[in-house]
Design a protein around this ligand. Structure first.
Ligand SMILES: [Zn+2]
Length: 79
């Protein structure tokens, strides 16, 4: 597969991080990242952002989950 450019890497970034690209494209992305500081910075900050978002979601579950959990705990405590 031919080398990809920075724009192509940017376009496929989300799928690359999710592991949803074809093996050929993944290999092309990796070889680009080895040679391009700009894109490796981009990928690492993207990965950090995703990681933080997932952390935040773990700490703050949707309100209905909190309500259900509280009901569950209350019913257990009242037994
Ligand atoms: Zn690049």
């Amino acid at each position: 597969m031919a080398e990809i450019c920075c724009q192509e890497l940017d376009r496929h970034l989300a799928d690359f991080v999710d592991g949803e690209l074809s093996p050929e494209l993944t290999a092309a992305m990796k070889s680009h990242l080895k040679n391009c500081n700009f894109c490796s910075e981009l990928v690492s900050s993207y990965v950090k952002t995703i990681f933080i978002l997932k952390k935040v979601n773990e700490v703050e579950p949707p309100p209905d989950v909190v309500v259900r959990l509280r009901h569950y705990l209350n019913s257990k405590l009242n037994m």
